[in-house]
Design a protein. Structure first.
Length: 333
């Protein structure tokens, strides 16, 4: 038989770094033009997509394994907030000239670790060259029982506003990355600094409680751009208003120390992005059940306010007085 011609550089890159992540039979070993995915019986397919751009969503010198993990986790966070469990994902990766093979290897390693941990295999995608910065786009697929996807719309006056985990860590971690001298001004320990930076680098999607949301909450979304701004989006979709109390917003020990040293940082906590916690509305009658069920899965849930009639957001500071923000959340435009 004649010798087969060697594959292209792109083919070889895919084979080395990404084929090992594509263990789903519908990925066809990444040797076809498309993948095949059948949702489980009685389930709807839930689809979400997020892009990460170097210099915008991550620092070019961030460890590549954390970039790979974050790229998948921000999509898993969206699926979790809709009550869906992950099925798989597509990856579009644009690499600049002179990219490092070791960077791609580290990126694929972090991506693969999380694909395995969250049972969300690679199904396919594309790799291209770009004259701009490294750009990553992931489209993730999930499954939820038919008709049970949780929407932003659905919150009603009288509902409690709840969040998972802690708020503001990632925003403070980003500030520390931008200003290395800030930690000393805030008198943060090395452990506290590492905790805040880690939350920025490695968000924790709340996939563990995705299955609890359809039976407990009336509306939900993940907190990606900032608690205040994302709550306004949920209220707009639900045609309601909300009131939240800053004193009830759950803070980590590190965030609490930072705000105690500089109370002005409270604005960064409630309006900063990259938390990737779940924000939801729940009737008072269902709150305790949700809180207890989530706690059994290691996820704390805290009530921070309530849904009211009208429109907009009323934010009360730690003294219970109305608080104004320079901006509600991060926005690209």
């Amino acid at each position: 038989m004649p010798e087969q011609p060697p594959g292209s550089g792109e083919d070889e890159l895919i084979a080395r770094h990404f084929r090992p992540l594509a263990h789903h039979p519908g990925a066809f070993d990444l040797e076809d033009d498309a993948a095949s995915l059948t949702p489980p019986a009685g389930c709807d397919l839930v689809i979400t997509s997020d892009a990460l751009v170097a210099g915008v969503h991550f620092f070019p010198d961030d460890p590549p394994d954390t970039v790979g993990g974050k790229a998948l986790r921000v999509n898993l966070s969206d699926l979790a907030a809709k009550g869906a469990r992950p099925l798989g994902f597509l990856l579009a990766l644009a690499l600049p000239s002179g990219f490092s093979e070791s960077w791609v290897s580290g990126f694929a390693s972090g991506l693969g670790d999380d694909a395995h941990a969250y049972n969300c295999p690679l199904l396919g995608g594309d790799t291209v060259h770009t004259t701009g910065p490294t750009t990553i786009c992931i489209t993730a697929f999930g499954a939820v029982k038919q008709g049970q996807m949780v929407h932003r719309a659905g919150a009603r006056p009288g509902d409690l506003v709840v969040v998972t985990g802690t708020i503001g860590d990632a925003a403070l971690g980003l500030l520390l990355r931008k200003d290395p001298g800030l930690a000393a001004c805030l008198r943060l320990s090395a452990r506290q600094q590492d905790e805040l930076k880690r939350r920025y680098l490695q968000p924790q999607p709340r996939s563990a409680i995705a299955d609890l949301l359809p039976e407990h909450v009336s509306a939900a979304m993940d907190v990606s751009d900032g608690l205040a701004g994302d709550l306004v989006k949920l209220c707009r979709a639900s045609k309601v208003a909300a009131e939240i109390e800053a004193a009830r917003v759950p803070l980590s020990d590190a965030a609490r120390a930072a705000v105690a040293a500089d109370p002005a940082l409270l604005e960064n906590v409630v309006s900063g992005g990259d938390d990737y916690e779940i924000l939801a509305s729940v009737t008072p009658a269902r709150f305790e059940s949700l809180q207890q069920a989530a706690a059994c899965k290691g996820v704390p849930v805290t009530a921070v306010g309530r849904i009211t009639a009208g429109s907009g957001l009323r934010l009360l500071d730690q003294a219970g007085k109305p608080m104004s923000l320079a901006r509600l959340s991060f926005s690209h435009f």
